[in-house]
Design a binder for this molecule. Structure first.
Ligand code: SAH
Length: 247
């Protein structure tokens, strides 16, 4: 059951202080996580990162650096974002334990991601829009923001503790239909937007929050690949003007 931890990718977005990258790598390695992806870090590689990794420099050496969150999570079947506070249009955040259970559950079928934000400003709304679930570590409401690496430590520990609690428990059978990846979902959302414009349900001049609300709806469910194919089939049919499908 603990091998599943190697399928939990930690994504650090826009990290300013390289020391935090090193401390995050150390936090991960102590808990058996190893897949680190850095989105547009301010400075990396860096001596401070290596110093604070304190022996977890193998994780730093293997860390992938990419320009955008989309690239970091393209192949993932479930993405959980972290947030120190509840945002306006986002889904309600989960506590760490249920969030870890969701990650471990989906990790049986592919790579999953835990996404952490910038030290100064966290994750943008657009970045949160890529997340299937959100997690908020309960803290003092008057002082809620943890240091980035401390947040990585809490979540990595919670994932390990949850995985340990599942050892020897029978593994429930899972649906043989594989979950859709983020890249497949993004293609579906583009298709949905085109179709909604084509059938004049969505006015591109006044989009309001329709696409964001629909993203959240579909992401929450965790669609499978064949469900995405069905939904795209419906969209194609609607784009052609509807009518009875040819037998
Ligand atoms: N001012 C920022 C704080 C960012 S702290 C904000 O309000 O969003 C840097 C990162 O650490 C956050 O983006 C998040 O990934 C993580 N983090 C800090 N405190 C957290 C908490 N209580 N729960 C979940 N993640 C937290």
């Amino acid at each position: 059951m603990l091998e599943v931890l190697s399928r939990i990718r930690v994504v650090l977005v826009g990290t300013t202080h390289p020391g935090n990258i090193g401390s995050a790598a150390r936090a991960m390695k102590t808990m058996g996580l190893s897949d680190l992806v850095l989105v547009d870090p301010k400075q990396f590689p860096a001596a401070d990162a290596t110093a604070l990794a304190a022996g977890a420099d193998d994780l730093l050496a293997r860390a992938r650096v990419v320009p955008s969150l989309e690239e970091a999570i393209d192949d993932c079947v479930w993405v959980t974002g972290t947030s120190a506070r509840q945002r306006g249009h986002s889904v309600p955040p989960l506590a760490p334990e249920p969030a870890a259970r969701g990650l471990l559950d989906h990790a049986r079928q592919g790579t999953v991601a835990l996404v952490f934000g910038r030290e100064s400003s966290g994750l943008t709304n657009e970045e949160l829009d890529h997340c299937n679930a959100l997690v908020q570590i309960p803290t003092n409401p008057g002082f809620s923001s943890l240091n980035l690496a401390a947040a990585v430590q809490v979540m990595a520990y919670t994932c390990r503790a949850t995985a340990l609690s599942l050892v020897d428990k029978p593994i429930p059978a899972y649906d043989p239909d594989p979950p859709a990846t983020q890249a497949e979902l993004d293609a579906m959302f583009d298709h949905l937007q085109r179709a909604l414009v084509a059938i004049e349900f969505l006015d591109p001049e006044k989009p309001r929050h329709l696409m964001r609300r629909l993203r959240h709806l579909y992401l929450r469910v965790g669609l499978t690949r064949s469900e995405v194919a069905i939904l795209r089939g419906i969209l194609t049919h609607a784009e052609r003007g509807g009518g009875r499908p040819r037998a």
